[in-house]
Design a protein around this ligand. Structure first.
Ligand SMILES: Cc1cc2nc3c(=O)[nH]c(=O)nc-3n(C[C@H](O)[C@H](O)[C@H](O)COP(=O)(O)O)c2cc1C
Length: 274
């Protein structure tokens, strides 16, 4: 049994004591008795709109200001047709009126699973200290159907990507076993080509035939985009439910669950216990 399991099975411990007695997270569970100096109260989420996207944007914006983590990152869970669940982080690329957009390699496990079962769950965690010195913890869980986006609808996202992401799109076949040295050689060759202006990865109209034999075919006219199009896939999550959780310091969390009515497509919300 692992020490993490030991840790969780003990009713008097928090999550802080792990292998080697190295604390991972401050233990806020009082082992002895009630400490009357501790503050206890309830958090409150002020819901100003019936549209959950408004609250999402408000929280996301705040996380972008204070979080030193990755406020655009979300944990995406998918399920295969034989009911095996898998999770991984991806980047939220865009919020549209009706959904949350991501993109990935269409040869990946998540794509296989989303093809089999086009339903998923997204989970954001934003934890930071705000300008009042408050330790804020916010979570947003989103569940719903996932649809494939038109290529044109997300091609601009690729153009906005950083160079290393574009290079990755060319050289990485996601999830495939790889020889690191071969990959490094491909990377360095492509980077060199980009630096010498032999290829311009974001410009689909750029005509270029590389000298590099391994990657030659990718750089012909329009083929950079073609290659990207062939290997990438954009998804939009169309939420049926969005749940917001807010806790801070030693206050008890507050939760708001938004649900979309199947008949009217209208959102309604309720407060639920933490
Ligand atoms: C912070 C973070 C952001 C990531 N963003 C993406 C992304 O936007 N798209 C993507 O395909 N993989 C992204 N990855 C890699 C995925 O977590 C995962 O390793 C990869 O997509 C393969 O997942 P799969 O085999 O389950 O499909 C990211 C990883 C991290 C840690």
């Amino acid at each position: 049994m692992s020490s993490l399991t030991d840790n969780r099975s003990s009713s008097v411990r928090g999550y802080s004591e792990v292998a080697g007695n190295q604390p991972l997270i401050a233990n806020n569970i009082n082992k002895n008795s009630n400490n009357l100096d501790e503050i206890s109260d309830l958090c409150y989420v002020d819901v100003k709109s019936d549209n959950p996207y408004d609250l999402f944007k408000e929280w996301h914006k705040e996380a972008c200001v204070y979080s030193t983590g990755l406020p655009h990152a979300l944990c995406l869970s998918t399920v295969s047709k034989d009911m095996k669940v898998s999770s991984r982080h991806v980047v939220l690329r865009r919020i549209e009126e009706d959904g949350f957009c991501i993109y990935t390699d269409n040869r990946s496990r998540k794509t296989k699973e989303l093809t089999e079962v086009p339903e998923a769950a997204m989970c954001f965690l934003w934890a930071y200290i705000n300008d009042k010195g408050q330790k804020v913890a916010r979570q947003v869980r989103i569940e719903g159907e996932v649809v494939v986006m038109d290529k044109d609808a997300y091609a601009d996202l690729y153009d906005k990507d950083k160079l290393f992401c574009k290079i990755r799109a060319y050289i990485c076949h996601q999830d495939k076993e790889v020889d690191w040295n071969e990959l490094k050689a491909k990377h360095d060759q492509l980077l060199e080509d980009v630096r010498q202006n032999k290829v311009n990865l974001p410009m689909p109209d750029h005509l270029y035939v590389s000298n590099a034999t391994t990657t030659t075919s990718l750089y012909h006219t329009n083929e950079s985009h073609l290659f990207f199009s062939l290997c990438s896939i954009g998804y939009k999550m169309l939420p049926k439910a969005i749940e917001f959780y807010y806790a801070r310091d030693t206050l008890i969390g507050d939760r708001i669950l938004f649900e979309k009515s199947e008949d009217s497509n209208q959102w309604s919300w309720k407060r639920i216990a933490a």
